[in-house]
Design a protein around this ligand. Structure first.
Ligand code: FES
Ligand SMILES: [Fe+2]
Length: 425
């Protein structure tokens, strides 16, 4: 008997160990976003949200976007300004500056810059600086819409119009657009987090990864959103005018219907996911994954909501940690609570998007991935980004960019479509 047990427990030869493996690398072309990098130049051809309008005040804020250190403020005339943080005089950060009607004044020698970087005063120079017009603090254009401040950090001659999205337009009398961000909400955390510590792409790829709804959000430890998502869907990925979308079909819902979940990703970094609670109808939120640098990013969103809506705090509590499925043998009578209130043990036991994506590393290692059929959307996205990078490198205009001030609103196209299924006879 002993011999048979030993036979059963004996391990095969030690193949596939970690020893001697080549060092792993990331996909440099897609993950780097600084000035002059391939993907950074693609990103710079689009307006990017960098703050909520309500958060921009006369108190300068330091922020990093696309690898650049910047300072954001609102001058005394109400105009938002985005300047390089490093003062054009001798490099002190304008974060310590003082704002008035004319702009921001550096703390060190009092040089003042307006919201377009013009030097309007050099306090200690004769006549306020006879040559101050020769100095320009690097700056970027801003526009405000949907309660967000958008920056254009690309070549001035290629500045596109700031897009409008159909789901955020033509509001009813009882509706409003509600801005959110930067926030860990949308990445499985909550508002206690502003900066998400991983590369923008591994977050954005989640947009074309419908199978994680079944695995991570339903089967792993319980139901985060809706038990019907636990059935592995039939999924097809399709190119669209502005990117890629998936159509994820769940047959035999508990109420007898079936649903097509249509979820678009817009190049370079926008998503609009239809309700994961399987509510009827179009998606209500536009979400931007904005790189801060190569290993961190922000999430901003603008949502169409009822005027009675009070913000996302309630949503954090109902979607995280979990509402347990009936089948979950580890069922625990825990009340839903904020991500930031969870213990390390609870986080390990009940992971969500944050843990799945952050644990891939600050920049995931593409060379040691093993992709499967469920990764077709991810592969298509990487291929399309690379293609759009080439378009920019060859002097063209990337997908979705428009210079027409009368450009029609963008049809976002995220929606849950239900079908009644005839009972089988
Ligand atoms: S370093 Fe800013 S004014 Fe001198
Ligand atoms: Fe998710």
């Amino acid at each position: 008997m002993k011999g048979a047990k030993e036979e059963k427990t004996r391990l095969p030869l030690d193949e596939g160990t970690g020893y001697g493996r080549a060092s792993a690398t990331c996909d440099e072309e897609l993950v780097r976003v600084g000035p002059g990098t391939p993907c950074g130049e693609l990103m710079r051809r689009y307006w990017q949200p960098i703050s909520q309008s309500a958060h921009v005040t006369e108190v300068p804020q330091a922020l990093k976007v696309l690898g650049e250190d910047l300072v954001l403020f609102r001058d005394g005339l109400g105009r938002p300004g985005l300047l390089h943080a490093r003062c054009a005089h001798r490099g002190t950060s304008l974060y310590y500056g003082k704002v008035d009607e004319q702009g921001i004044r550096c703390c060190y020698h009092g040089w003042q810059f307006d919201v377009q970087g013009r030097c309007t005063d050099q306090q200690c120079e004769p006549e306020g600086g006879r040559h101050r017009d020769n100095v320009r603090q690097p700056w970027y254009p801003l526009e405000e819409r949907y309660g967000l401040v958008f920056a254009y950090m690309g070549p001035p001659a290629k500045k596109p119009v700031l897009p409008r999205y159909d789901i955020l337009e033509n509001l009813g009398a009882d509706e409003m657009v509600f801005p959110t961000g930067p926030s860990g909400f949308g990445a499985g955390a909550d508002d206690t987090v502003r900066l998400i510590p991983c590369n923008w792409l591994q977050q954005f790829e989640n947009t074309l990864d419908p199978f994680h709804l079944t695995a991570l959000h339903t089967k792993h430890r319980g139901v985060h959103f809706c038990a019907d998502l636990g059935n592995v869907p039939q999924v097809r990925f399709e190119p669209t005018e502005r990117g890629i979308r998936y159509v994820s079909t769940f047959k035999r819902l508990r109420d007898g219907r079936e649903v097509d979940r249509i979820s678009p990703a817009l190049i370079p970094n926008i998503r609009s996911v239809p309700s994961v609670m399987l509510d009827l109808g179009p998606s209500t939120h536009v979400v931007w994954t904005v790189p801060a640098d190569d290993s961190s990013h922000y999430l901003f969103q603008a949502g169409r909501v009822k005027k009675s809506y009070k913000g996302t705090a309630d949503m954090f509590r109902t979607t995280r940690p979990v509402r347990f499925s009936d089948e979950d043998s580890d069922r625990t009578p825990t009340q839903p609570r904020l991500w930031s209130e969870l213990t390390p043990e609870q986080i390990q036991r009940y992971p969500s998007d944050w843990e799945a994506q952050i644990s891939q590393g600050p920049i995931t290692l593409h060379s040691v991935e093993n992709l499967g059929t469920t990764d077709i959307g991810v592969v298509m996205l990487r291929r399309l980004l690379r293609q759009q990078i080439r378009v920019v490198q060859e002097g063209g205009d990337p997908m979705g960019v428009s210079f027409d001030p009368d450009e029609p609103v963008i049809k976002v196209g995220g929606v849950n479509v239900f079908t009644e299924v005839a009972p089988q006879t």
